[in-house]
Design a protein around this ligand. Structure first.
Ligand SMILES: CC(C)(COP(=O)(O)OP(=O)(O)OC[C@H]1O[C@@H](n2cnc3c(N)ncnc32)[C@H](O)[C@@H]1OP(=O)(O)O)[C@@H](O)C(=O)NCCC(=O)NCCS
Length: 166
């Protein structure tokens, strides 16, 4: 397994992992699966080194998981902050791929001078909470009952890690 920047050839594999979570999970609050246009639109927004999309691939080039940094807000004064995302194929979770994606994203963020990483994590997503805590993210609040999916009302943990002291 290795991590690298995503290419357009990876987009179907990225979308398949994300669409599974859209349809079956609460880690994303998207509810409509990506079609090809939506997936490539997302990819187009991640061509900036400050907003990368990365993939974990196996020896055959299959996408096992992916990560990204996104703008926290389009308001310019927020440019020093970015929001992370990472998703691993359900068949490959619990093998360290998520941690490897997160370590790579943090390295890329630091190299680009990003000062703060933020994450919004639905509070039942234990693996994501665990990985973020392991990488030094701290909870800075819980947004209560802000989401609803599959008939469940959902809370979201807001987590933050400073990169300025790294
Ligand atoms: C979160 C996610 C990306 C982590 O990827 P991963 O490859 O499974 O992560 P890793 O194997 O590196 O580490 C996960 C850790 O969480 C642990 N974990 C998994 N499920 C857990 C649970 N329900 N409760 C507590 N810990 C859990 C794993 O055991 C592992 O720790 P360990 O190695 O000490 O045993 C992946 O699980 C995933 O795609 N989940 C669904 C989508 C998601 O939540 N994305 C994050 C959006 S913010």
């Amino acid at each position: 397994m290795r991590i690298r920047l995503a290419t357009s050839e990876d987009v179907p594999g990225i979308a398949a992992i994300y669409n599974h979570e859209i349809l079956h999970g609460v880690a994303t609050f998207d509810t409509v699966p990506w079609d090809d246009d939506a997936a490539h639109e997302w990819f187009g927004k991640h061509q900036d080194p400050r907003r990368p999309a990365t993939v974990a691939i196996d020896d055959g080039g299959a996408v096992l998981g992916w990560g990204s940094l996104s703008e926290w807000s389009s308001r310019c004064a927020y440019a020093r902050a970015a929001e992370d995302s990472f998703y691993v194929h359900p068949d490959h979770r619990g093998r360290g791929i998520g941690r490897a994606i997160m370590a790579d994203l943090i390295g890329r963020a630091g190299a680009q001078g990003i000062a703060v990483l933020l994450a919004r994590i639905e509070t039942s997503c234990a693996a994501s909470l665990r990985v973020h805590r392991e990488f030094g993210f701290e909870s800075i609040g819980t947004m209560r009952r802000v989401g609803e999916k599959f008939g469940r009302v959902l809370d979201v943990e807001l987590m933050q890690r400073s990169l300025e002291d790294a």
